[in-house]
Each structure stands twice: as structure tokens, then as C-alpha cells.
Design a protein around this ligand. Structure first.
Ligand code: UN1
Length: 486
């Protein structure tokens, strides 16, 4: 066991319930840095089940007042919070890197992305349009209006501790819902920062409630009678349990879960561009994105040249302290997560995978996993089918474009795919044949923009997608009004 110590920069964690910052009465939580497990980044008491119930009651009590608040006013809190987040981007980006393990540049980028998402949604309320239909009856019109769901539960993962919450909470709030939010307890500090920004922006009491604590609190949220909707991003196992509980409670759920995303590089691709994009897709954020490239399908003619260049670029890729600006890749989120990834790599090798590249992590801590490229023989292999959520790329070669598309679809998941080709007809064929929620042509498999839908096909997602026009579909429901003069 590593000895932990409270550093002078350890941030006290608090819960936000009904506008008050309170100390959680549950077990103490110490959030440590995966690069330096002796460093306690944030610490405090966790929420108890009673705290979750108080948060749900506060959200219920605030719901009708918030729903009646004009759209523009609701949006103005998001715009002010975006400005506060932007002003703190350097400091909070560094905190994110220290607590989660992505590089400081990526941390700052994510903080700024959260601000951009809030800015986008600050005006989205004004764009919420309904429909007017003609009626088959004289003297009548039929209107379809949108209303908030009410109290929304938000459960978010560790890997984007401020951007994913922003893209769930911002539309939830602007469309008139109140929120009870449970972030990942492994990376709670950026949740505190986002909540602080919204409180400082003047958000009324009870509209956003933050409960930091173990996964079991999710059960309390999903089973609470005041819950009107639940949005979740995280593991497939947890997502399916929450979806079953939400269905039993008759509550709509939006669940974003796993991915096993392929990059497909065809013979005619621009290899230099494809290598760079696959490198980013597979290894940025240490591969801890549900949109990360974890499968690579190479057409035979370019396979050797592609791999040689990828290995060369990877050997220039520095793994280490994520707060060091010269570092390209930090640790994964924790020692146990790293252990699981290493076990996955070992199992893949036992099934015949050949390691074609392994990076250098000598002398780094337990949470560091070497960036690894595995070439797989034909047949079953866990590195092909299981999401490792780490810096591991499984490679297969194919002869034809058709085989490449078939292999890309050879997964229970269907979140994203990246295709590298200079042939428009192949890109058009991929649009038809590759079964994913997000298809990139000549860019990496990761990435999302607030104004377009985000989410997966097949087992990657359950319920409505996120962001863009999809957000209003989930965070509002319609009332069909038959309107006749008396
Ligand atoms: C991105 O690709 O930039 O959990 C965002 C995840 C996804 C978000 C990916 N829901 O990794």
C-alpha cells in the first residue's frame, strides 16, 4: 500500500444539496493522483443514501419554479458559468490531469470544451421549437409543445469528468429540468468545479444537486419515486442494470456505454495522415475514451508500411507524468485498472496475439500501461471483442474493402469507426455498410461536437442519443394540444 498524505493543495470535497455546500456524512473519500498515488488531490465525506434522498427532494421542490423560469434566463446561468470555467481553464485543466491522468493539454482542452458546451446550450433553449398541425376537424389546430421531464438523474464516468457532465447537465437545465448528479467517485474534483461555476453563476437553490459517493448511490437515484429521467455514461454492465431498473420504474433512460471502435485503413489511404489519426485515436487520453480506436483493420498492400510508421511514431511518444508538458500519454485512472488491462493483454497473447510494439514505462508507477500494439491471428481473441479502456490496439489484416467493412462490423458494439481512404465511392459504401453511430472519414474515431447527435448503434447505447437535436428529444416530452375556440 502506498502511504497517502494530505498535500497543501488537497481540495476539500463538498456535496451540493438545495443550494448548500455540505460535508457528506458517509465514509471519507480520498481522490489520489494515478501518476503519484501518494498525492491526495481532493478529499471529503461521501454522500449517504439519506443525502441522495435530500437531493432528490430539493430537486423536486425546485422543479416547478425552474420550469417556469424563462428559457433566456435559464440559459444565462449557463453562459455565466461558461465564462467562469474559461477563466479557470489552466488551473482546472491541471487539476484534471493530476486527478484523472490525461495530459495537462488535454485537461485544459476538456475544461474549455465544457465551457463551449455550456455556451452552446445557453442559447439552445431559444431554439426549442414545437409543431403546429392542421386538424381534420373544423375550427381546430393541433399543437405539439415541449415540456421538461422534471427531476433528472445524471450519472457520469471518470474519463471526461467535466465535458460529459457538461453535455448532460447543460441541456437538462436549459430545457427546464432540475438535476441530481452523481459523478464518478474516482475523479470527483472536476465535478465540484463545474458545480461551483454554476452556483457562482447564480443558479437557484435545488436546481443542481451534487452527490459524490460510491456507485451504489446510483441505485438510490434510479429507484427514487421523484425521478423523471436518467442519463448515464459508463460501463456496459452498470448501464444495463440501470436501464433495467429505470424500465421497472417506468422512467426514461439515456445510456451511453461501451465501444470497440475500428479504424479501417484501405490501400489507397494517405498513410501519413492515417498513422497520425490512429495514433491520436488509440493513445490520446491513454485510450480511455468510449470512442477510442481499439481495433485496426489494415488492407494488406499498405499494412507493413503503415505498421512500420506507426511503431516509429509510437517510439517518439513519451509516457510519464501527465503534468509534464513534454509527455504525450499519462497513466490510466488507477493501479487496479492498469492491472486489469495488463491481464487483458496477457490473455490476448495467450490466444496467439503477437506484440508488434510495446512502449517504455520502466520506473513509472503501477497505473502506467505501456502503449501496446497486438497483431492478432484468425479466430477468437479478447483484444478484438472486449473493451480494455486503455492504450492497446489490436490489428488485423484483410485483402478486400468488403472484408474490411465486415470486420469493422464484427463487434457487439457500434459507437464509432474511422475510415481512411481517398476514394469517395468507398467512403459512400462505408456510410451504408458500417453499422455505427459515428463514422469518421479520414479523421480519428474520437471526438464529439455539441450541435450534432452523439451515440452508438448496437450495444453501445440504449435510449435516445445525446447532444444536438437529440438532447431535446430526451430532456423534454411533448404535449399534443387540440386547440379549438369555444
Ligand atoms: C470524445 O470522443 O471526445 O465516455 C468524447 C466517452 C464518450 C465521450 C467521448 N462518451 O469516452
Amino acid at each position: 500500500m502506498t502511504e497517502t498524505m494530505t498535500h497543501t493543495d488537497t481540495v476539500p470535497l463538498r456535496l451540493l444539496i438545495d443550494g448548500e455546500w455540505i460535508d457528506g456524512a458517509g465514509a471519507g473519500l480520498e481522490s489520489t493522483s494515478p501518476a503519484d498515488p501518494g498525492h491526495v488531490v481532493a478529499a471529503g465525506g461521501t454522500a449517504t443514501e439519506a443525502d441522495v434522498r435530500s437531493a432528490m427532494s430539493a430537486a423536486r421542490a425546485a422543479a416547478s419554479g425552474w420550469a417556469a423560469t424563462p428559457m433566456a434566463e435559464r440559459g444565462s446561468y449557463l453562459a455565466r458559468a461558461a465564462a467562469i470555467i474559461t477563466a479557470n481553464a489552466d488551473a482546472w485543466g491541471a487539476e484534471l490531469a493530476r486527478e484523472e491522468g490525461k495530459t495537462a493539454a488535454e485537461g485544459k482542452g476538456e475544461v474549455l470544451r465544457a465551457a463551449q458546451i455550456l455556451t452552446y446550450y445557453s442559447a439552445e433553449g431559444d431554439r426549442l421549437a414545437g409543431d403546429v398541425f392542421s386538424s381534420p376537424r373544423r375550427g381546430e389546430q393541433i399543437l405539439v409543445t415541449r415540456k421538461p421531464l422534471g427531476v433528472v438523474g445524471v450519472i457520469t464516468p471518470f474519463n471526461f469528468p467535466i465535458a460529459i457532465p457538461a453535455w448532460k447537465i447543460a441541456p437538462a437545465l436549459v430545457f427546464g429540468n432540475t438535476v441530481v448528479w452523481k459523478p464518478a467517485s474516482t475523479v470527483p474534483l472536476l465535478a465540484l468545479r463545474l458545480a461551483q461555476a454554476l452556483v457562482e453563476a447564480g443558479l437557484p437553490a435545488g436546481v443542481l444537486n451534487l452527490v459524490i459517493g460510491p456507485g451504489s448511490l446510483g441505485n438510490e437515484i434510479v429507484n427514487h419515486p421523484d425521478l423523471d429521467g436518467l442519463t448515464f455514461t459508463g460501463s456496459t454492465g452498470v448501464g444495463r442494470k440501470l436501464a433495467a431498473a429505470a424500465a421497472a420504474a417506468g422512467v426514461p433512460i439515456q445510456a451511453e456505454m461501451g465501444g470497440k471502435n475500428a479504424s479501417v485503413v484501405l490501400d489507397d489511404a494517405d498513410v501519413e495522415l492515417a498513422v497520425e489519426q490512429v495514433l491520436f485515436g488509440a493513445f490520446r487520453s491513454t485510450g480511455q475514451k468510449c470512442t477510442a480506436t481499439s481495433r485496426l483493420i489494415l488492407q494488406e498492400e499498405i499494412a507493413d508500411a503503415f505498421l512500420a510508421r506507426l511503431h516509429e511514431r509510437l517510439s517518439e511518444w513519451k509516457t510519464g507524468d501527465p503534468t509534464d508538458p513534454s509527455v504525450h500519454m499519462g497513466p490510466v485512472v488507477s493501479g487496479p485498472a492498469a492491472e486489469q488491462i495488463r491481464a487483458g493483454i496477457a490473455a490476448s497473447i495467450a490466444q496467439g496475439a503477437v506484440v508488434t510494439f510495446e512502449g517504455d514505462v520502466a520506473g513509472l508507477g503501477d497505473a502506467f500501461v505501456a502503449p501496446t500494439v497486438l497483431e492478432l491471428p484468425a479466430g477468437e481473441n479478447n483484444a478484438w471483442s472486449e473493451e480494455f479502456f486503455g492504450p492497446v490496439l489490436a490489428v488485423r489484416r484483410v485483402a478486400t474493402t468488403e472484408q474490411a467493412f465486415e470486420l469493422a462490423n464484427d463487434s457487439e458494439y457500434g459507437l464509432s469507426c474511422a475510415l481512411f481512404t481517398q476514394d469517395l465511392s468507398k467512403a459512400l459504401a462505408a456510410m451504408e455498410k458500417i453499422d455505427v453511430g459515428i463514422l469518421h472519414v479520414n479523421s480519428e474515431s474520437a471526438g464529439a461536437d455539441p450541435h450534432v447527435p452523439f451515440g452508438g448503434a448496437k450495444k453501445s447505447g440504449y435510449g435516445p442519443k445525446e447532444q444536438g437535436g437529440a438532447a431535446k428529444e430526451f430532456f423534454t416530452h411533448t404535449t399534443t394540444v387540440y386547440l379549438r375556440g369555444a
